[in-house]
Write a protein that binds this ligand. Structure first.
Ligand code: V55
Ligand code: FE
Length: 494
């Protein structure tokens, strides 16, 4: 193949861009609040080469790390490829050498045994380091100033797991990072590694346990006392992979499970709860303890949101036939048995954003992406092929929902939250918004939104004068965190 496939994965908003760029002093329409000083890092999959197979998917796109830097009232924009082992091998060969999504049996024989990850899912900041992550491999460390790739991150050889989640959880009080890796012992293994890195970034705990089956475990949650592992029935099979088939197939008739253990306990203390059949959630908003009750808030759907994972499981369902809701699962740890309660707490949607200080605690409000009933058909693009066109703010305590609904032909990416220095103010959100301006033409802006009043629309807009491919996740890193990193590097050198 010498041209990108004409599928949803490579057209519309998903048209490959592949442009590394740096733009200083972007135009600002409106006023940037003084509170916003730091960097918004984003993970953007963008295939550096035409793929080996026609049925390639967005999730295989080479990771790019992008940054909006807010400094002295100005905004700078940068984007660079993560130079993974895979990226470097393919660049040297001037063509794709790695085959289908998470199937090494479809690779060019010259790259057998080499690192397949594209580090394209979430930028993670912990203990003064920036990482680009994808759940099928280890993280890559990135220089937050230059965006150069430093290398694969394995905690100085201490981490045994072969994988590192794209959704670690950082305790806002202790500064510890709780994380896991699934398929920890290799392709299709049921092993999950549950790990803790302390506030200085040292790996202090790694314990392994077995999931009920080999599932795609995209996210997990912590509370002040517990670690929670939801397992949804999207499963892998080694024989299918060896035959060149897809990694994941969703199984509508198989139960979901939730494992809950003390977060500093032993994995032998894991208690398993049995959940509904066939459901799926990629992202959890949060979890928290309430006496002996544990509440878990998830972006739940009644089947897998990715068409290619449904099709592999023989499920024939159109995107608009998928039902879902922001859902609260409540586990009573004082009672025996494996059942729990379920209730809807908000409209369907995904890509949730919680304030960092609310991680694992009761929370007053949170945000996620959804569909505007008046926004027209979704723009084609993004990881699942249809882009969101509304931002929601929910208050789970009282059921209040506010919406920033976009006009037809527009799309919004996952926001980040920035705390306010003003006492009692809810802070700010940043999110990239795209608009279709022609058959295959798109323009993008970064919007600054008042977190207390999202319906009012942006307080500032920052047009980006290059085409942007859709991001997956992002992270806000404050000026204090960026400066703290530089300071700790200075000390470690002397
Ligand atoms: C997701 C994204 C991925 C992936 C698996 O959003 C799941 C869910 C961007 O890569 O590989
Ligand atoms: Fe994710």
């Amino acid at each position: 193949m010498t041209a990108f496939p004409r599928t949803i994965h490579f057209t519309g908003l998903n048209t490959p861009s592949r442009i590394e760029s740096s733009i200083r002093n972007l135009e600002v329409i409106g006023t940037i609040p003084d509170d916003i000083r730091g960097a918004f890092f984003r993970a953007v999959p963008d295939p550096a080469h035409v793929p080996m197979y026609e049925d390639d998917v967005v999730l295989s796109g080479d990771g790019m790390v992008s940054r909006f830097r807010f400094e002295g009232g100005q905004v700078d924009y940068d984007i660079r490829y993560v130079e993974t082992e895979r990226f470097k091998l393919e660049r040297a060969a001037r063509r794709a050498l790695f085959g289908r999504y998470r199937n090494p049996y479809t690779d060019d024989p010259s790259v057998a045994g080499r690192d397949r990850t594209v580090a394209n899912t979430t930028p993670v900041w912990h203990a003064g380091r920036l990482f680009m992550t994808k759940e099928d491999g280890l993280a890559y460390e990135i220089d937050p100033e230059t965006l150069e790739t430093i290398g694969r991150w394995d905690y100085y050889g201490a981490l045994r797991s072969e994988t590192f989640t794209a959704h670690p959880r950082i305790d806002p009080v202790t500064g510890e990072m709780f994380f896991f890796g699934y398929e920890a012992a290799g392709l299709c293994s049921r092993d999950i590694a549950y790990c803790i890195a302390d506030r200085d970034g040292k790996l202090v705990s790694e314990q392994w346990f077995e999931a009920p089956y080999c599932a795609s475990v995209h996210d997990f949650a912590i509370t002040e006392r517990h670690a929670i592992f939801p397992i949804f029935p999207t499963t892998a099979d080694l024989d299918r992979l060896k035959a060149g088939g897809p990694h994941w197939a969703h199984q509508q008739a198989l139960e979901s499970w939730v494992g809950i253990m003390p977060r500093r306990g032993d994995v032998s203390e894991m208690r398993w709860f049995k959940g509904p059949k066939g459901v799926s959630a990629f992202h959890l908003i949060n979890a928290f303890d309430d006496g002996e009750l544990v509440h878990l808030d998830l972006c739940l759907t009644d089947t897998n949101a990715f068409a290619f994972m449904r099709e592999a499981g023989g499920i024939e369902r159109q995107p608009w036939e998928i039902k879902g809701a922001l859902t609260r699962w409540t586990f009573d740890l004082s009672k025996p048995g494996d059942s729990f309660e379920e209730r809807p707490i908000g409209p369907p949607g995904d890509l949730p954003r919680l304030r960092d200080v609310d991680q694992g605690r009761p929370y007053r409000f949170a945000f996620y992406c959804s569909m505007n009933p008046e926004g027209g058909p979704p723009l084609p693009g993004g990881p699942v092929g249809a882009a969101f066109n509304a931002l929601l703010r929910i208050e789970p305590g009282n059921g209040r929902v506010e919406m920033l609904g976009l006009d037809p032909e527009m799309a919004i990416s996952e926001p980040v939250h920035i705390p306010s220095s003003r006492e009692g103010h809810d802070g700010w959100l940043l999110a990239v918004v795209d608009r279709r301006t022609g058959e295959a033409l798109f323009e993008s802006e970064l919007w600054v939104i008042d977190a207390a009043n999202i319906a009012a629309g942006p307080v500032a807009r920052v047009p980006v004068p290059v085409r942007m491919r859709p991001q997956v996740h992002g992270v806000w890193v404050s000026e204090a965190q960026l400066v703290g990193r530089a300071a700790s590097r200075e000390t470690s050198r002397t």
